[in-house]
Ligand binder design. Structure first.
Ligand code: ZN
Length: 151
């Protein structure tokens, strides 16, 4: 599965890193967190607009870093928008298992394909922290922790 996706994975990652989706600071964001990956120097600010019912109404980010960190943040905002906070946490937990090599497949509905592509970084252990940075920042934002580092 990962092998079949390698080429597509590279194309999609490149596209998202060059033209990140949801790269903005929404005025009505009510949760945010800053993430830093000292290994690579990636920084990301994740902005969430959470509704009273625990739905992620909007997800956006700003940041600087390598292609993987930008692509991961871009894809994450697309994946979690419209999902519940609980679903977003569950997706991150599943994604972590993928990148750590504990699982080879994830069943996450419409998000599965993107998560599998991002999980291609598991072949490059140095890049795992780049790929998970925005996700750590996302859960920190939900939990109202303002700073997160991958160390
Ligand atoms: Zn990086």
């Amino acid at each position: 599965m990962l092998d079949d996706l390698r080429e597509l994975y590279q194309e999609v990652i490149l596209d998202h890193s060059k033209r990140p989706r949801n790269f903005r600071h929404p005025e009505d964001a009510n949760h945010e967190a800053h993430g830093y990956n000292p290994l690579c120097g990636d920084t990301v600010n994740v902005y969430l607009t959470l509704g009273p019912d625990g739905l992620i109404e909007d997800a956006a980010f700003e940041g600087k870093g390598c292609a993987i960190s930008l692509a991961s943040a871009s894809m994450m905002t697309e994946i979690i928008k419209g999902k519940s906070v609980d679903d977003a946490r569950e997706l991150f937990a599943g994604f972590l298992k993928l990148v750590k090599g504990e699982d080879d497949f994830i069943d996450a509905g419409d998000a599965s394909e993107k998560l599998m592509m991002l999980a291609g970084v598991r072949e490059f252990p140095m890049r795992v922290k780049c790929a998970t940075l925005a996700w750590h920042a996302m859960t920190s934002a939900i939990d109202n922790e303002e700073e997160v580092t991958t160390e």
